[in-house]
Write a protein that binds this ligand. Structure first.
Ligand SMILES: [Fe+2]
Length: 149
């Protein structure tokens, strides 16, 4: 709700913007916890709808040969579709090998889907980490170890 108050000409003009209290408190309560740290799945065998929508799942072979290229796909919303609109969308996806950044992709709502495929090589067994950021629900991580034979 926007309230405007105008005094006489030459006086002052004030604009006061207030939000619907129930909506305002709902948003603050939800986002403060989710934005305080990187979110991860609690119990992988019993994911909540929020986790299903946000976990950046990694699709890659369990094992690869050293130095041989292979594809890794990171997808958000594979288990439960995540909104993809200007007000609620996935802003970026990052793929790390341990603590080394392998790929970073910024996404535009509506025009791009939160699914990224990159080709990588590894020379030793590595835990791949996928991170994503939702503009309303913070950063989420999922990981998968790839054995190098
Ligand atoms: Fe979200």
């Amino acid at each position: 709700m926007v309230d405007k108050f105008f005094d006489r000409p030459g006086g002052f003009c004030a604009t006061h913007i207030s939000l619907e209290p129930s909506i305002y408190y709902e948003v603050i309560e939800l986002t403060e916890d989710l934005f305080s740290d990187i979110n991860r799945a609690g119990d992988p065998s019993s994911l909540s709808d929020l986790e299903k929508k946000h976990l950046p799942l990694i699709d890659a072979p369990d094992s690869v040969k050293a130095g041989e290229p292979f594809e890794v796909t990171v997808e958000v919303g594979r288990l439960l579709a995540h909104p993809n609109e200007p007000g609620h969308h996935i802003q970026w996806i990052v793929l790390l090998g341990g603590s080394v950044t392998l790929a970073m992709v910024e996404l535009t709502p509506v025009s791009t889907s939160p699914k990224v495929t990159v080709t990588i090589t590894l020379d030793k067994t590595t835990r791949l980490r996928a991170l994503e950021r939702c503009n309303l629900h913070g950063e989420w991580e999922h990981s998968k170890e790839i054995k190098v034979l």
